[in-house]
Design a binder for this molecule. Structure first.
Ligand code: NVA
Length: 324
């Protein structure tokens, strides 16, 4: 099948940017998951999907998976990726975000940006004349959440014939960009979601309210607690670093580790909750939010499947945004 033969569902209409999970519909997410799996299974069919297209990739923060998966993924689609690292400083300081967006739009067909502040993503999207993909900001990490639901689809729908709406997903740890995106996407898709975080580390009320509104439409449950004993029965436990990029403060590290210690994801927690899979977006701080033994447990840990699926999920977004 060539790119021109993609059917309507695979083309996923109506997507202008990929900025925040709460801007997506259930149909758009489901179409992206299906397209990601199709690209993964038939990469040769998409090898020219981005022929002649160039993507500018702005990184204000460090990256391994996001940088490499976008670069290699774009190459697999026949496109060209340009990495713009931190030599240009924080967006908006050397030149205005609006000018950055307008200049890049002169050369690039799409902008990928990893930024400190969500306002920079919004500014880029507002002023660019080309689509913008959020490759992580302080509030969202939608590329990660999409890859995670591709992974869950593979594990449960393909692997066990179980619909995603029957899967119970829990996130244990710091309420952050990764958990925000996961919570919102779960709520839109109708997946039951439990978030366990220490006091003071729950998601912002505005995001919670958005997620609750989505669950009212999708019919899924959203449980929030700071009591790890209320985790309940789960199928999947997800965790992420206790301190995100940009929030590091060495003087607070010891107190933070003590506060988060009861929330460590380990084999005992998996047993107590009866969960069969553990997920982590990486980089993992082994011995902190997750034990090395669990991270390396091939029977339970799908962390490298998640990492690989970053590329297929992002390629689905790129194909959708650039071939409509
Ligand atoms: N919450 C982490 C995710 C890294 C992929 C961070 O923002 O640093």
């Amino acid at each position: 099948m060539s790119i021109t033969q993609l059917n309507k569902e695979q083309k996923n209409s109506g997507l202008a940017n990929f900025l925040a999970d709460d801007q997506l519909t259930k149909t758009q997410i489901t179409d992206l998951i299906n397209l990601a799996i199709n690209i993964k299974n038939h990469p040769a069919d998409y090898s020219q999907a981005l022929a002649g297209k160039s993507v500018a990739m702005i990184f204000e923060k460090p990256s391994l998976r996001t940088h490499v998966s976008f670069d290699m993924g774009i190459s697999k689609l026949g496109g060209h990726a340009l990495y713009l690292g931190q030599q240009n400083g924080k967006l908006g300081e050397r030149e205005r975000v609006s000018d950055y967006a307008k200049n890049l739009s002169c050369y690039a067909d799409l902008i990928v940006a990893r930024v400190f502040e969500n306002s920079a993503i919004e500014g880029l999207a507002e002023h660019a004349s080309v689509p913008v993909i959020n490759a992580l900001c302080d509030v969202y990490h939608p590329c990660q959440a999409l890859a995670d639901f591709v992974t869950l689809h593979e594990c449960f729908v393909v692997g066990k014939g179980i619909d995603l709406i029957q899967v119970k997903l829990a996130y244990v740890g710091d309420g952050n960009n990764v958990s925000n995106s996961l919570m919102l996407m779960a709520a839109i898709l109708g997946v039951d979601f439990t978030l366990v975080s220490p006091d003071g580390h729950a998601p912002e009320n505005a995001l919670l309210n958005k997620a609750k509104a989505f669950t009212e439409k999708s019919g899924s449950k959203l449980v929030l607690t700071s009591n790890i004993d209320e985790l309940g029965q789960q199928d999947v436990i997800y965790t992420d670093t206790w301190v995100s990029m940009g929030d590091e403060d060495a003087s607070k590290k010891a107190a933070l580790i003590e506060k988060f210690a009861p929330y460590q994801v380990n084999h005992q927690l998996m047993k107590n909750s009866q969960a069969s899979l553990v997920m982590h977006c990486q980089p993992a701080h082994l011995g902190e939010e997750i034990t090395t033994e669990l991270f390396d447990d091939k029977a339970m840990s799908v962390v490298f499947q998640q990492a690989e699926n970053r590329m297929w999920a992002q390629n689905a977004v790129l194909v959708t945004l650039l071939t409509e």
